[in-house]
Design a protein around this ligand. Structure first.
Ligand code: HSE
Length: 305
């Protein structure tokens, strides 16, 4: 009664699709091992250096796992070992990887009693701790794989979308932006003019993915509502964006709630040039940073053993 899964990083929002679009990535990913124990309760151990809480009630994975235990009225307990490679607070779905990974692992161990949609709902209980709100745009791609649209978060109307092969370049400047803070500074109301631009871009982006129209994808990677507010929290944002577009990126912006930035491109060569542009900006600013070149992970969470 033991299982180990890998749970991937994810890109959420994809510029115009705040809280409704997300994409699972091949790298980086966390590893979660789960074993049933006879006594009730959740015992969590971390084998990384992030000093995350081990008390199950304060731990994102612990809360998500408790949601499954409660739903099944499960009388035994679990030992959990988590190795996070996705740095908390990076904007590439660290909390979602913990929450989604553990519920998928538990579902497998317990004979798959729950649907993917139910698993998203359990995992969202954990995500609430990180962001203070129920949103599924990182969790759903982890659980379903690939590119996902959440048409309605309350009823979890989740649609998997086809996407062409894309290279994703990410830079993570080593500053921390808490999702709860990045959400608290957003406007509660928006002008109709901005809304029209934003929903046209969402429609354009989805169509671009489905029709494999790279030009349309690039034109639609525009965010006139969230980016102007959140980009002020990210040093070098404008310069990174401008240089990456000049280097041939289709487009990009803030990954999730930041501080990571992402750019999409259609070749390994351009993806590397984009990475060099990102590094050059943060080296000049003297800000430590980490970069990734990765791609869309169509499988999502994988069972390793
Ligand atoms: N859609 C969320 C946000 C993702 O932008 O706040 C962060 O988890």
């Amino acid at each position: 009664m033991m299982i180990t899964v890998s749970s991937p990083a994810s890109l959420s929002n994809l510029c115009c699709g705040f809280d409704i679009l997300g994409m699972a990535l091949n790298e980086p990913f966390d590893t979660i091992q789960l074993a049933v124990k006879d006594e009730p309760g959740i015992v969590i151990r971390h084998t990384d250096n992030y000093q995350l809480p081990v008390n199950a009630k304060e731990n994102i994975a612990g809360v998500a796992l408790q949601a499954i235990i409660d739903a099944m009225d499960f009388k035994k307990g679990f030992n959990v070992v988590i190795n996070k490679q996705i740095k908390p607070g990076s904007g590439i779905g660290s909390s979602a990887a913990s929450a989604a990974g553990i519920v998928v692992a538990a579902n497998e161990l317990l004979g798959k009693p729950f649907s993917k949609k139910q698993l998203v709902s359990f995992a969202m209980e954990g995500e609430v701790i990180a962001s203070g709100s129920r949103h599924a745009d990182n969790i759903a791609p982890c659980i379903y794989g690939g590119l996902v649209l959440i048409r309605d978060t309350a009823s979890l109307d989740i649609i998997q979308l086809d996407a062409p092969e894309l290279f994703v370049t990410i830079v993570h400047p080593q500053i921390e932006i808490k999702t709860s803070y990045a959400r608290s500074i957003l406007p509660k109301e928006i002008p109709l003019k901005s809304a029209v631009i934003q929903w046209a871009n969402v429609a354009g982006l989805v169509t671009g993915f489905l029709q494999k129209d790279y030009g349309l994808i690039g034109r639609s990677l525009e965010d006139v509502i969230i980016e102007p507010v959140r980009s002020k929290l990210i040093p070098g944002f404008d310069e990174v964006k401008q240089k990456c577009l000049a280097a041939g990126a289709l487009g990009g912006g803030i990954s999730g709630s930041g501080p990571s930035l992402f750019m999409l491109s259609t070749s390994a060569m351009v993806a590397t040039e984009i990475e060099n542009c990102m590094k050059a900006v943060y080296e000049k600013l003297g800000i430590e940073h980490k970069t990734y070149i990765t791609g869309i992970n169509n499988e999502g969470i994988k069972i390793i053993s």
